[in-house]
Design a protein around this ligand. Structure first.
Ligand SMILES: Cc1cc2nc3c(=O)[nH]c(=O)nc-3n(C[C@H](O)[C@H](O)[C@H](O)COP(=O)(O)OP(=O)(O)OC[C@H]3O[C@@H](n4cnc5c(N)ncnc54)[C@H](O)[C@@H]3O)c2cc1C
Length: 356
């Protein structure tokens, strides 16, 4: 495989095949040895070079270990043909680090760390299957590009990272075992939250939902209240706020443990009435909280009067309201109704430690 690069360079990916052979091992290998391999591959064309900018031998060892936390290439190396190694490596550590943070800083039960393996190992295995399919397709002589495009199409969602869905565990649970929760018909528990545009209630600035879910280690509870011009919806929201504040595993998650730390959870309201129809200050204070240093926070309430997010997630805008809990890595952890603060509380009680 060849890739044109910057500065008049071209990169050759040369499959060495037999790394058992001492001359192909690193150290011991050399550009001359690699060139011989490349020449064989390129026959009947000839290949020579005058300037080698950089070379390396990259050994794919297809290793999965369970005794320590291995992440990235230490856990799964493969050929670079799919351009996936860095993406998957970053997601490994993203998955592991927020859980370590939850245990070390928030006192969560270390048992949650077991989900690192149950969630990331299947992804690593899928990556290796993709890689061996690609390697095989590159090696097949006939109709090579068609095979590669088919594989890329088949794995498009995996390669983009948007189709990665974690299995049920103590961190992925809600509405029983239902694969498609009825309150948000287009969401699956464990999937990475898909994104739709909404508008800030305070200033009318549009933003995508996943842009609001900043990677800072905090959980996010998205509250879909429906149209707050309706009396029953605003009443339901007030009941939610009151009930949420009384739940031991929930309310304190919104508080900072100290000045240096962010709150463990952020509450975001996405309502569906027109922006101008609603006075933000009349909403429960949970949705415009006050901080001694930073003052009032008006950036936690959004309007979706175009129903893009409601439709996108499959939430009935005229229904009973819906809560979507996103983990710090943006995967959907729990889905429930706005009345079910008890269910949300028990979600956290299965692993939350002394700090909740
Ligand atoms: C040619 C090529 C092209 C690629 N292209 C892509 C691409 O387009 N997209 C993509 O997603 N991925 C690509 N990859 C894969 C990607 O580079 C790797 O998957 C990714 O860098 C793995 O990250 P990592 O942190 O796990 O390991 P590394 O990036 O290898 O980091 C490990 C670090 O640990 C250090 N280290 C090793 N041993 C020790 C030690 N004993 N003590 C202290 N430090 C040590 C190393 O020096 C290194 O800095 C490519 C790889 C290659 C080789």
């Amino acid at each position: 495989m060849t890739v044109p690069r910057e500065n008049k360079l071209v990169r050759f990916y040369i499959h060495l095949r037999d790394l058992e052979e001492p001359s192909l091992q690193h150290p011991g290998c050399s550009p001359a040895v690699i060139l011989e391999k490349a020449k064989n591959i390129m026959r009947p064309y000839s290949l020579a070079y005058r300037h080698c900018d950089w070379w390396s031998v990259y050994s794919a060892i297809y290793l999965l270990s369970s005794s320590v936390f291995l992440a990235g290439d230490a856990a799964h190396t493969h050929s670079p043909k799919g351009g996936q190694g860095m993406n998957v490596s970053i997601q490994d550590t993203y998955n592991l680090l927020w859980k370590l943070g939850e245990v070390i800083s928030n006192g969560a039960d270390p048992i949650i760390l077991e989900t690192y393996d149950s969630e990331r190992r299947p992804v690593a295995k899928q990556l290796m299957t993709l890689d061996s399919c690609l390697v095989q397709a590159y090696e097949e002589e006939e109709d090579m590009s068609r095979g590669i495009y088919e594989i890329r199409d088949q794995y498009a969602g995996f390669m983009a990272g948007t189709e990665i869905t974690y299995p049920n565990s103590m961190l992925i649970t809600g509405e029983g075992e239902a694969a498609v929760p009825k309150l948000a018909k287009n969401l699956k528990l464990g999937m990475r939250l898909s994104s739709f545009p909404v508008v800030y209630q305070c200033d009318g600035v549009p933003i995508h939902i996943t842009q609001i879910l900043v990677s800072d280690g905090a959980w996010r509870l998205l509250v879909f209240s429906g149209d707050l011009r309706k009396l029953e919806r605003i009443t339901a929201l007030s009941h939610f706020a009151e009930s949420f504040s009384k739940r031991p595993n929930l309310a304190h998650r919104l508080q900072k443990q100290s000045q240096e730390f962010l709150p463990i959870m952020e509450l975001l309201l996405i309502q569906s009435s027109p922006r101008s129809a609603l006075n933000l200050l009349e909403l429960p204070e949970l949705f415009h909280p006050f901080d001694d240093t930073m003052g009032w926070d008006y950036w936690k309430t959004f309007t979706d009067d175009q129903n893009k997010a409601y439709t996108g997630y499959g939430i009935d805008e005229g229904g009973p309201g819906c809560l979507i809990l996103c983990r710090p890595d943006q995967h959907v952890a729990w889905i429930g109704s706005m009345e079910d603060t008890a269910g949300l509380n028990s979600y956290f009680s299965t692993f939350a430690g002394s700090l909740g």
